[in-house]
Design a protein. Structure first.
Length: 332
């Protein structure tokens, strides 16, 4: 696991993360240790009873309670890992991988890194031959993201760099112009760095923005058009509704994952290329200073985490990373 790409199949070994599902569907995740034990009010479950068993085995506690032991999927991990910032949900991460056409060996830029959820999806998609450059403005979020990635993969990948700083200044100093295949922006004001993204992207490269609100969606679209460096932006959103299926009782579940954010994609034009004009009805694309004010963090109701909470989250994430790597040090 030293290369940062965790083994996802085969018999359970010491150091593997295992998700234990109890009789009522409750989930607990443990990192296997020789001689280790998992304690609950339903008895004690020895780690040695799991080590050597194939994935998806059923094991018993000392009270005879059965647990299903499985390796957690990436979806399971990102939904339960310590968070310093809101994560991109799996349904949106899957769309980002598809719409941006993230491929093995790609050079990808991500901003911001948040809690590292999307970083994990991107690292899996680009494989060991790709390169991921992540940018984050806050040190605390960077610490949480690196610890979460290490906790899941067992090591910090050699093909991943995390740079703390403003994307407009940090990206030109980190990646050569025209060398990036894909750029993923998850930030409050992506329109501020479109020129730098255009410089970094290779012709035909994909820019994809994760956007929270309708007003932001409008401004990003118009800003992309104004650069003259991209194809016409394509916005979308994804909703997921699960179903209850038991015998003849077939109906939608009462709860669904509705709106979490919008995605907007555009492709980099070749230098000097002019996008052919599209025939469309006239629309109100102008906006005033009052409109811009409505897109500020305060007006949008942006939630920020306190420094105390971020330090606590970083400690939790780093503890999981130490357990995954067997390290006794405090620095990650």
């Amino acid at each position: 696991m030293s290369d940062g790409f965790r083994r996802q199949s085969g018999e359970f070994r010491v150091g593997d993360r295992v998700q234990l599902t109890g009789p009522k569907g409750n989930l607990n995740t443990v990192t296997l240790e020789a001689g280790g034990t998992f304690h609950s009010h339903r008895g004690v479950l020895s780690h040695d009873a799991i080590i050597g068993q194939p994935d998806a085995s059923v094991v018993e506690s000392t009270n005879g309670v059965e647990y299903l032991a499985m390796r957690p999927l990436l979806t399971d991990f990102v939904m339960s890992m310590p968070r310093g910032a809101a994560i991109i949900y799996p349904k949106d991460a899957a769309q980002i991988l598809g719409q941006a056409d993230i491929f093995p060996g790609a050079t990808v830029v991500e901003a911001g890194v948040g809690s590292g959820a999307l970083s994990l999806w991107l690292l899996r998609a680009i494989g060991p031959t790709g390169t991921l450059h992540s940018f984050e403005r806050r040190d605390e979020f960077s610490d949480v993201a690196k610890a979460n990635v290490t906790a899941f993969l067992g090591a910090e990948p050699a093909n991943w760099t995390v740079t703390v700083g403003d994307l407009q200044e940090a990206m030109p100093a980190t990646v050569p112009d025209g060398s990036v295949d894909r750029i993923v922006l998850d930030m409050l004001a992506p329109w501020e760095c479109l020129d730098e993204c255009a410089d970094a992207l290779t012709p035909g490269g994909v820019l994809i923005c994760y956007i929270a609100t309708v007003t932001q969606l409008s401004r990003v679209a118009e800003a992309i058009r104004e650069t003259g460096a991209f194809t016409d932006p394509e916005p979308s959103e994804t909703m997921v509704r699960t179903w209850h299926v038991e015998g003849l009782a077939v109906r939608p579940d009462h709860r669904m994952i509705g709106h979490t954010g919008f995605l907007m994609t555009a492709r980099r034009l070749a230098p000097g290329a002019v996008l052919p004009a599209l025939k469309r009805r006239a629309s109100k694309s102008d906006f005033s200073d009052e409109d811009v004010e409505a897109w500020t963090p305060g007006a949008l109701g942006e939630r920020t985490s306190s420094a105390k909470r971020l330090r606590k989250t970083a400690r939790e994430a780093q503890a999981a990373a130490r357990a995954a790597t067997g390290s006794t040090t405090t620095d990650q």
